[in-house]
Design a protein around this ligand. Sequence first.
Ligand code: C5P
Length: 228
Amino acid sequence: LEPQDLAGVRVVISAGGTREPIDPVRFLGNRSSGRQGVALAVEAAARGGDVDLVAANITADVLAEVRHPRIRVRTVGTAAQLGEAMTDAAASADVVIMAAAVADYRPAEASDQKLTKEAGILDRIDLVENPDIVTGLAASRPQGQTIVAFAAETLSDPEQRRERARRKRERKGVDLLAVNLADADHGFEKADNAIEVIGDGGAVVATADGSKRHVARALWDAVQKTRS
Ligand code: C5P
């Protein structure tokens, strides 16, 4: 039996990856399956939390794992939709976890007609930058709210990874930054994940390596330590 240490705690989690439309048949996307975010939602609900899961392009088989009376799912597609849903849900949350992979850029214009190479308009796509959602949430957070961001890292040197994570945590103004290792055995599209959690003053406050549920448990333990 899991501890009920999140009973009465309102949690918002984003998961999956955004898709930025180019035309009706194409998009700019990423490899996030949503599994780590879903595991965080399932773990939170199992510990008594009330969960809003904002799901960006998560497949039905992965989403099937979240059927729980205390998990509410909102589905979104683009970074703009994700930002809107998060802003809405985060207003009344005690903990926000941004596990979704958000596109840094979107096509400046999405064509309503399929683009063709014959017309010579597929050789370049003008991009505009998307706002950083978690930075915005952190800047206008309600008092007492704890915010966690993720960072996927392919750097193999642990000290370099940590340094980058420390800067990212400061820049985004979040309480915890979970660095997840994206390599051949961990991270995107994999069953397992490995994280290192950076907290106050850049300290490593937790590490975990194993199933995404195991990693979720360790991250929630770190969140609870930060909140207490
Ligand atoms: O800077 P980087 O993309 O590595 O940061 C990743 C973290 O920032 C994740 O928590 C991700 O959800 C969040 N993010 C965001 N809005 C963006 C880009 C990333 O909230 N436009």
